[in-house]
Design a protein around this ligand. Structure first.
Ligand SMILES: [Ca+2]
Ligand SMILES: [Ca+2]
Length: 845
């Protein structure tokens, strides 16, 4: 990937340097996967989980010369499984080192169907066999098969051969399909349906591109070459992108009907390039450096690579000629998961200019050293990303319309009870005066799209308004690059309108939340899609629904003669189960928003204050009646502390500050790093004794910062969850900014550069900036925004970033946007970045 994108200019090392046997089988290593240099075959190290979770991160997986190029290896029930298709549970997995075998039980509960998948190291690759104790159930005959999926962006444009017939993987999906009656379609997760059949009663089934017994993938590209053979079954090749843009190329064999025992065998042989060593990943800040700051490159090396003794800094003259201005020692750090890490400190280079790093034969792209490099790091986020995510508005930029006005048909009361595909739930009652599926008028105003999807997550939007208010009150940014007209419901980027944009964002977020409180009577959980087939919408948000109210007197897909209603069941729903904890959070946010909006939008300011007082009273009463457990969102966590702090700031009532302190100190004792930011935020509102009581915890936080230096080579908190950890790194940086402001004798401000380094390119896997930002020489090229089908990005987005895959692999695809855990961005996360960026710019000043 890096080579293709010309980030590093590689001079191929002499293969004579290496001394590796040419015919080498896979070993079964201590981490329980098959391995040889250049090839890792993982067998259910990562399991399928179903539903909301992407299923392109599980199954039998191939990490091929450093890139995870194949996954999904399992018994599956369709030619090209989609995200919400049924997945097998894998209750048992046995590793037998003596026979070099991993055997797993795969179970489809819905069909009482078990199979065993046995993977054994054999020859140059692995043998995969499927065993059945009972024949394939009748309902699954012709559907149950063994699949393995290959990453399109790593294969398109390359060749393949099936039984010697030459062909090429298509750049874009253009293939043949048939339609079949819905009665033949197997059920999807929880009975959801991912497509709209437009009343035809038929579903689409892709036809194979090829069929045979031996397939060679990418014989033209040794890094990607894989040979799959099967003597006892037909191999078929499908293009999963026909049904879903996030589909992969699928190699598949149908399991035979009526048979038991060993029913299918594949031999899978991934090519290993003789003497292959992964290119060094030379991490550095793509945004550049201040002349005075510390500058350390972290270089990620293959464990088989031999670290060099020195690296150089090259300066580009105004004549375009590069000269070496610094040469320094490479210092070993150690191993971290799969790779070895070394560091290169070039802090002494402090003359403004254009530079690159030279490490042996590898050179990076250029970067700047200059006093101004960080000045614009939040502009793309605030000028572009945030306004594009304004819901219920038409958003224009120059000649381009980002989206029309969405959801003119408004929101219907979600029926009670409902279990939702995006993890929302409507309880047994609606908790409103509205009947199930009745229109709740007035909710289609204000608010922000959640992320790569288009719902309004109330909890997230509450946090977002608070982030904007904190940005406004702490830093007073007067930046005005956006035209927002609520009467016209029109946003125009790059058109100043005389009002600071942050104030307009506070207003826009508050408008929706006040509407929820006034109309529903309390906060909704979410405003979201009712049907799965428009939840995964990619394109203009205004096209998610038809903009017409649903009319049950019309036939399916029929539009009324007056053009004002339709028979299309595409409505958006308000999930309205009451949650007193959420209402209390809303009350604190409304108080803050009311302060910020005073003098700008006095009407909204006073309405927000009125809702704040009412919800505070009602929520307090409701919470008092509830048992200690089950107070959703009010379990004594940091959100709860923050709420009590905000309530104190708004009301000045002692009870809230007492409660805040009652929660704070034990939370700091339990885990200083997760609560200290809330404590630091309290300082301006507390007396001097509070700050002194906090001091020993700041000392402990300093120990935490130092500990991170030993934990990983980057010195930041690295998350290992299924949503990668940029958010934690941002929060770490914000904490350092505030801690060094209040306790400069304990926390050195320079630690904040660890966050910018990580975000802007000094991290595992590749060295691209994780922020689609202005100022970076090489920002990531693709993100999981709502324009992801175009392999594009929305400027200013912060990717979750470097995703951990068990047991030892970090990745961030930059040619494949479709995995949300590494490439999405959220309104909550991106507004947190706005706070970090503002605090960081302040610190730099
Ligand atoms: Ca403006
Ligand atoms: Ca509609």
């Amino acid at each position: 990937m890096m080579k293709k994108l010309a980030i590093l200019s590689l001079i191929v090392l002499q293969s004579a340097v290496f001394n590796i046997a040419s015919c080498q089988g896979l070993i079964l290593n201590d981490l329980e996967y098959f391995e040889k240099q250049g090839v890792n075959v993982l067998v259910y190290s990562n399991l399928f989980t179903g539903g909301f979770n992407d299923e392109k991160t599980a199954g039998i997986e191939l990490i091929h010369h450093g890139v995870r190029t194949a996954q999904g290896g399992a018994v599956r029930l369709s030619n090209t499984p989609e995200q919400w298709d049924l997945v097998p549970a894998i209750p048992t997995r046995k590793v037998d080192r003596a026979s070099l075998t991993i055997e797993s039980l795969l179970r489809f509960e819905d069909y009482d169907f078990d199979s065993r998948v046995v993977v054994t190291a054999r020859g140059e690759g692995v043998e995969i066999s499927v065993y059945l104790d009972k024949p394939v159930p009748k309902a699954l005959e012709g559907s149950a098969g063994f699949n393995l999926e290959f990453l399109p962006s790593q294969y398109w444009g390359k060749t393949y051969l099936m039984d010697g017939r030459y062909n090429r993987f298509p750049r874009y999906v253009v293939g043949n399909t048939i339609t079949r009656p819905n009665s033949e379609k197997l059920k999807q997760f929880k009975g959801y349906v991912t497509s709209d059949d437009r009343g035809t009663g038929k579903f689409i089934d892709p036809l194979p591109l090829e069929t045979g017994h031996t397939i060679l993938l990418a014989p033209d590209e040794p890094e990607r070459l894989v040979k799959i053979t099967s003597q006892d079954a037909d191999l078929m090749l499908f293009d999963g992108r026909i049904l879903a843009q996030n589909g992969w190329f699928v190699v598949r064999s149908i399991l035979p009907a009526g048979k038991t025992g060993k029913v299918l065998t594949w031999t899978v042989e991934p090519n290993a390039i003789k003497g292959w060593i992964r290119e060094p990943n030379i991490g550095f800040s793509q945004v550049g450096y201040l002349p005075s700051q510390q500058k350390v490159s972290v270089i990620e090396l293959d464990k088989k690579d031999k670290p060099l003794a020195k690296a150089s800094i090259m300066k580009l003259g105004n004549d375009g000629i590069a000269t070496e201005v610094f040469s320094g020692k490479i210092v070993p750090w150690g191993d971290y998961y799969k790779y070895h890490y070394v560091k290169f400190d070039f802090s002494s280079v402090n003359t403004p200019g254009i530079y690159y790093i030279q490490y042996g034969d590898f050179k990076t792209n250029n970067f700047l050293i200059e006093k101004s490099v960080y000045e614009n790091i939040t502009d793309a986020t605030s000028d572009i990303w945030i306004p594009i995510h304004m819901n219920h508005m038409f958003v224009n930029e120059g000649y381009r319309v980002w989206h029309g006005e969405p959801f003119k048909d408004g929101y219907l009361q979600a029926p009670a009870p409902t279990d939702h595909f995006d993890m929302h739930r409507q309880g047994p009652t609606t908790d409103t005066k509205y009947k199930s599926l009745e229109l709740i008028p007035g909710l289609n105003t204000g608010g922000f799209f959640d992320a790569g999807d288009f719902d309004i997550e109330t909890g997230a939007n509450i946090g977002v308004v608070q982030n904007f208010v904190q940005t406004w009150e702490s830093f007073k940014p007067l930046r005005d690059q956006t035209f927002v007209d609520q009467k016209q419901r029109y946003v125009d980027l790059h058109r100043p309108d005389g009002t600071p944009d942050v104030l307009q964002f506070i207003e826009h977020g508050t408008m929706n939340l006040v509407a929820q409180a006034e109309i529903i009577g309390h906060m909704a959980q979410t405003l979201s899609n009712s049907v799965l087939d428009n939840y995964h919408h990619l394109g203009d948000a205004a096209a998610i629904t038809d903009g017409l109210l649903y009319n049950p007197n019309l036939g399916p897909y029929e539009v009324a003669a007056d053009g004002r209603s339709s028979g299309v069941k595409d409505g958006m729903w308000a999930f309205t189960s009451r949650n007193a904890g959420l209402d209390l959070r809303a009350a604190t946010m409304f108080a803050a928003a009311s302060r910020a909006l005073k003098g700008y939008n006095d009407d909204l300011s006073s309405r927000a204050l009125e809702q704040s007082k009412r919800l505070l009273k009602e929520a307090t009463e409701l919470l008092a009646k509830q048992p200690q457990q089950g107070r959703g969102g009010m379990g004594g966590g940091s959100a709860d502390m923050g709420t009590n702090l905000q309530l104190y700031i708004s009301t000045g009532e002692k009870q809230y500050i007492d409660k805040f302190q009652e929660l704070l100190w034990p939370a700091l004792d339990r885990n200083v790093s997760s609560s200290i930011l809330t404590a630091l935020n309290a300082i301006p509102n507390m007396d001097a004794s509070f700050k002194e009581k906090l001091r020993p915890y700041v000392v402990k936080y300093k120990e935490y910062i130092d500990g991170l230096e030993k934990e990983n080579p980057y010195g930041v908190p690295i998350g290992l969850g299924n949503w990668a950890g940029s958010g934690n790194v941002v929060s770490f940086g914000t904490t350092i900014c505030f801690a060094s402001k209040h306790f400069p004798d304990i926390i050195d401000a320079s630690h904040a550069f660890k966050t910018t380094n990580w975000l802007f390119g000094c991290h595992p896997y590749h060295n691209y900036s994780l922020v689609a930002t202005v100022g970076a020489a090489r920002p990531k090229a693709v993100f999981y925004g709502n324009n992801r089908a175009d392999f594009s990005f929305i400027p200013g987005n912060v990717a979750p970033g470097i995703l951990f895959r068990k047991p030892d692999h970090f990745e961030n695809y930059d040619d494949w946007p479709f995995l949300w855990g590494q490439n999405e961005g959220t309104i909550g996360g991106n507004t947190s970045y706005l706070i970090f960026g503002s605090a960081f710019k302040n610190l730099v000043k």
